[in-house]
Design a protein around this ligand. Structure first.
Ligand SMILES: [Zn+2]
Length: 436
């Protein structure tokens, strides 16, 4: 699988980078060699090193340990003048967040939907009244690719300032062959100007556009026979996603789209169970990388997921912003052994936040995940959900130099101080970006 990542970043640091005096280095090194995403008790393993140091070179992590041990290293002693040193002064360093579910290609916020919802309108009522996903379509269809790319780049930079170093970005607000491909190209263009890592996903099956209302099958054919083949041939997407729910696409249509994705060599993921329950088992044969939302899950599907590496990606920002009282049952999933990830679901309608610390805070307070589980879900398991776990999600020698420095003394403060940005610095593939 190829991943779009910046090959010509604005300021790639070539000189080695030495981060020292880290109060808590949350390496997320696994205590066991068990392969696959973290589940159950392994979701709490943080591998913390106190008074730690990390050496990075050429965009990779080279060594990890205590500051004391690092300073004894002969090579480091000899090369000190060539090394850029960053004194972390007791701060907390974690792997950069992997935000594995975002929809950044849109033009305007949806403020009318926001007000209508406050007045009591439901998701479906807003959609029927012409709001919702469909109201973002016209502006995206009209927008120039460069304008969309500029929007996406602004968001990526904002995300980096909050500690995110890897982002999955979906199309899905064009819903014509031309505008979906344009959206994917805009993601690629923004990614080439950002030092972090971006994974592009084709979400042509976001909703049925009004031109196809009552004949959704015709639209599914366009997704399968035009969007997927073209996105694959031009290498514009690494995944195909489907919004499978009432008012969007059925389980059968999702299968049809997955068959097309498989035919063209693209792995799949899906929005499942946000508004209603759809049986997951017919989709398991496609080995999706993740099922996202998962507010409504059939009890019989839970043990099936626990036996596989399919990540359940929970996006509590959407529940918060929709004002829902119910959140996905994270404890049920975790206790059953299902690997769980956290993402922002950044989008203009239901989750306009780029903040992974906010998603973690909601996971802790509303879904009863521990701060340790929230960190693992926001990093390592996000990397698994994007099939990037060999390079991302933990602080290990050989992995990409993706780090987030937080101006706090204890990792639990990251979800604790909700609503404020305490990220002081981010390292994206070895490139320094300042945070707050
Ligand atoms: Zn989504």
């Amino acid at each position: 699988m190829s991943v779009i990542s910046a090959r010509k970043p604005v300021r790639r640091t070539q000189s080695p980078l030495f981060l020292a005096n880290i109060g808590q280095l949350v390496t997320l090194r696994a205590a066991s060699d068990k392969p696959g995403p973290r589940r159950g008790l392994h979701l709490s393993e943080l591998g913390i090193i106190r008074d730690a140091a990390v050496l990075c070179m050429g965009g990779k992590i080279v060594s990890v340990g205590t500051t004391k041990d690092a300073l004894r290293d002969l090579w480091l002693k000899k090369s000190r003048r060539k090394i850029t040193e960053i004194d972390c002064a007791g701060k907390v360093v974690i792997p950069g967040f992997v935000d594995s579910h975002t929809h950044p290609v849109f033009v305007s916020p949806r403020l009318v939907d926001f007000e209508k919802r406050i007045e009591g309108a439901s998701y479906e009522e807003i959609a029927t009244a012409g709001g919702g996903i469909r109201s973002s379509l016209e502006a995206v269809r009209k927008a120039a690719k460069s304008a969309l790319a500029a929007k996406v780049l602004t968001v990526l930079n904002d995300m980096a300032a909050h500690g995110t170093t890897t982002v999955e970005a979906k199309s899905g607000y064009g819903l014509t062959v031309e505008s979906e491909l344009k959206s994917l190209k805009a993601i690629g263009e923004a990614a080439s100007r950002w030092p972090g890592t971006v994974v592009a996903t084709l979400l042509g099956a976001h909703t049925v556009p009004k031109e196809f209302r009552g004949c959704s099958q015709k639209y599914v054919e366009i997704v399968c026979k035009e969007m997927i083949p073209q996105a694959s041939k031009r290498k514009l997407a690494q995944f195909v996603d489907v919004f499978c729910d009432k008012g969007a696409f059925t389980g059968e249509e999702t299968e049809q789209i997955f068959v097309a994705a498989e035919k063209y060599g693209l792995p799949v993921r899906a929005h499942m169970g946000q508004l209603s329950e759809t049986p997951l088992w017919p989709l398991l044969r496609f080995s999706p990388a993740s099922f996202d939302h998962m507010d409504h899950v059939n009890e019989d599907d839970i043990p099936r997921l626990a036996r596989r590496d399919i990540v359940a990606t929970l996006v509590p920002g959407a529940n918060y912003f929709l004002g829902l009282k119910e959140y996905p049952n994270a404890r049920r999933l975790i206790d059953a052994g299902v690997p769980v990830a956290l993402a922002t679901d950044y989008n203009p309608g239901t989750s306009p936040t780029i903040s992974m610390p906010m998603a973690m805070s909601l996971a802790c307070t509303q879904m009863k995940m521990s701060p340790a589980e929230a960190i693992v879900a926001a990093t390592v398991n996000g990397a698994w959900a994007l099939r990037l776990a060999d390079r991302k999600g933990s602080i290990d020698p050989g992995k990409d130099a993706d780090l987030a420095v937080f101006a706090v003394n204890d990792y639990r403060e990251i979800p604790y101080w909700f609503g404020a940005n305490h990220c002081a610095m981010t390292l994206l593939n070895g490139v320094v970006a300042s945070g707050n």
